[in-house]
Design a protein around this ligand. Structure first.
Ligand code: NAP
Ligand code: GDP
Length: 323
């Protein structure tokens, strides 16, 4: 994208937006604008159009969303559905009306079908091949519609609107809320408090479910690569790309617990509360398409190192972190 100058990042104050912001200080090829909900409420179409007109982006990395872990997805289905549908409708429509050359939107492996028998590894062709897991169906269907909407704009108008599908993301600047966050930030916060209070750490669920995790800093690098190199208009491409570590790097929640305990230096008991939900057992993402297109092998941050850096950041910034 040689002529691309201004890149608007929606969700610029979030986990992934913050990682991109850090990277943008090094990469001066673009003028990045990082938008939070304070800059513009993307659920409001007129406000969105006005804001996008003011920024006049050449490209948009669309990260803004109502985001949460398993328990927020179970508890707040209307918000997870309506807010996300509204934001996505408004962002893509505004980009269409203003002739934005490229949009990279963020889906999630939460949208994957929950079929325990047939789908060993799930690739880009299988996104709609069965209902998502009931625990996060509201969020998943809203995100699936973002894929559909991007595809419609490609087919009807030839727009270069693509989607990426990251697995579970973690890192500094995450939301560390005890009940609403994803598993790594929620547990980092719980471990921190349990260590301070000298009490056992309670993990929700059995610890058996499997997940692939991507460090936000790695994802930020890959989003820039997608911005520059992944174009659905080049070919008959599906316009959707999984960004993930290898299936062989999938780990259990119990292994995540072990890594966090190690990083934080936790010696008390760890208890698994089997009365709490496990969510989808696994949703293994097949990253073959990414590996083929990326060419050389991408050096993903090892989970041990990523968790250590996240814990260090959390401890150092405890007073001001989102929690
Ligand atoms: P996050 O940390 O929760 O940040 C969400 C961002 O969206 C914030 O910048 C927030 O702004 C903004 N936002 C929310 N509602 C808005 C509204 N009405 N108007 C304008 N902005 C609004 O999210 P994240 O973890 O970085 O996620 C980034 C993207 O990756 C999302 O699309 C998410 O669905 C996807 N994803 C996340 C994960 C994960 O594990 N975190 C996994 C797969 C995919 P404020 O700060 O002002 O509230
Ligand atoms: P998911 O990958 O979309 O299901 O979302 P999460 O990042 O919330 O991970 C959910 C998995 O982690 C489930 O198996 C939960 O039982 C487990 N888990 C264990 N403790 C926690 C916790 O404190 N918060 C969350 N969100 N999940 C937890």
């Amino acid at each position: 994208m040689h002529q691309c100058r201004t890149v608007l990042v929606t969700g610029g104050s979030g986990l992934v937006g913050s990682a991109l912001r850090k990277l943008s200080g090094v990469d001066l090829k673009y003028r990045f604008v990082f938008a939070s909900s304070q800059d513009c409420d993307l659920t409001d179409f007129e406000a969105t159009l006005q804001y996008f007109r003011k920024i006049a982006p050449d490209a948009v990395i669309h990260l803004a969303a109502a985001v949460g872990g398993l328990f927020k997805n179970m508890r707040c289905k209307v918000d997870m559905f309506e807010t996300n549908v509204r934001i996505n409708m408004n962002v893509l429509r505004a980009c269409h009306e203003l002739g934005v050359a490229k949009v990279v939107s963020c889906l999630s492996t939460c949208i994957f079908p929950d079929d325990k028998t047939k789908m060993e590894h799930i690739n880009e062709t299988m996104l709609h091949a069965g209902p998502p897991h009931a625990s996060n169906d509201a969020y998943a269907y809203a995100k699936r519609m973002l894929e559909v909407q991007s595809r419609c704009y490609r087919e009807q108008y030839g727009h270069n609107f693509v989607c990426v599908i990251p697995t579970n993301i973690y890192g500094p600047h995450d939301n560390f809320h005890l009940n609403d966050a994803h598993v790594i930030p929620a547990l980092v916060h719980k471990f921190y408090l349990a260590k301070q209070q000298g009490v056992p750490l309670v993990v929700a669920g059995s610890g058996a479910p499997l997940r692939q995790f991507i460090y936000a800093h790695d994802l930020a690098h890959l989003l820039i690569w997608v911005l520059e190199h992944y174009n659905a208009t080049d070919s008959n491409d599906s316009g959707t790309l999984i960004l993930s570590v290898d299936p062989s790097h999938e780990i259990s929640i119990a292994q995540v617990v072990h890594h966090i305990a190690d990083a934080i230096g936790f010696d008390n008991d760890i208890v698994y509360d089997m009365t709490q939900a496990d969510g989808q057992f696994k949703k293994t993402a097949d990253n073959s398409k990414f590996k083929r297109l990326y060419g050389s092998s991408f050096a993903f941050t090892p989970i041990r190192q990523g968790i250590r850096e996240t814990v260090d950041w959390f401890v150092q910034n405890y007073d001001t972190v989102r929690k």
